[in-house]
Design a binder for this molecule. Sequence first.
Ligand code: URP
Ligand code: ZN
Ligand code: ZN
Length: 459
Amino acid sequence: MDIVVKGGILVLGDGVFPADVGIMGEKVAALGQSLPGERVIDAAGCLVLPGGVDAHTHLGLSLGPGLDTSDDFESGTIAAACGGTTTVINYAEQGGYDSLLTAFEAWRAKAEGRAAVDYSFHMLINDPRPAILEEMAALVALGVTSFKALLAYKGIVMLDDAQLFRVLRRAGELGALVNVHAENGHLIDELIAAHRASGHTAPRYHALTRPEIAEVEATARALALAEAADAPVFIVHMTCARAVDALRRAQARGQLAFGETCPQYLLLDERVYESADFDTAAGYVLSPPLRAKDNQSVLWAALAAGTIQTVGTDHCPFTRAQKRRGQGDFTLIPNGMPGVETRLPLLYHYGVSQGRLSLSQWVRVTATNPARLFGLYPRKGTLVPGSDADVVIFDPTRHVILDAASLHTNTDYSPYAGWTVEGWPRHVLQRGRLVVRDGQFVGSAGAGEFIPRRPFTSL
Ligand code: URP
Ligand code: ZN
Ligand code: ZN
């Protein structure tokens, strides 16, 4: 073997056992005991996992002049690597491009030569006119086998029901999966107008104008339209018990319906918006907003039960200065938060160590399930002979105090500032190359590759 990761406990989505991982070139060649290797990476006392797959990032997104997400593909993927994530599926956007292929090439150019970990794209469709529906086939042929549709952000990217139905039906025909941002954009705009009329401008009105019921209604509607289209559907960033309930009922009816939640909805709650400090409250402005704390136990239980299959981050960071665009009008605060670097450690500390998830469930929701749902498995999301040698050597005893200055994401605040987690990646390999050694990034921007994905198959 070129490299042997020796003496660790291998954690896969379907089992936990002591094993060495033998690597030849970019691939896993063998799992076993006492494997010989030219180079040995000591994993004694550590957990050895497949590299994380974060299926929800917004690197290189622009919401307007001066409002690019503060992580581009370079800084964002370095942060991902340091947190044990070796594949990101980023959102590319149709935007104003007249062709999906042109949009895809533009997004690919943003990543090429800059990404430090492997990447793929979902394509957001904001104008599903017939030519665009037709062109979805060309994207699937290039390995972009998932699309995104939004039921919020009216007048910008929101689709109406007929449009969503057409996207779902076409995706279903093509073997692609549609990711839905489920919030009722009409209701949200009504509530915004009412609060504006009352002179309400503070960040907390962001949450009050995007209530749970807006998510519950849109989730149920997306599930109904997917059933009508006979297409699989994936509901992104789920936040609340009633939406989970709608998903569970759809699954019980036999629908191919899947869900994602994010660390912020599992760990943070709406009380952060009560802060009188604009920067503090605005730092948590994202959509859907953080919810009442009692939703968290339901989300954890849904992950453990497999009702929700994945934890993505919705990594969409902005700096404090960018968030200050919304001083005086909460609707102008750019929506989003950083998270790509802290996903695995937070899920280990609050999930595994606190008894909410088993080790295998942790790996399933952060790597195996996103890889399977999005056509990357078994190349990504597991470690079996033939898989890419994306390996995380995770030290379960390492204490880290979360803080913007020591994290690699390009933001000047952390939503988790001051929190201590126990457990952090010590070394990370990407396709057989060490990209993180003793917690330090040693890879190179540009070494990440575009990974074409296969069509959708169910879990
Ligand atoms: O506030 C968020 N989540 N921003 C990112 C875009 C989205 O809706 O996923
Ligand atoms: Zn969204
Ligand atoms: Zn998002």
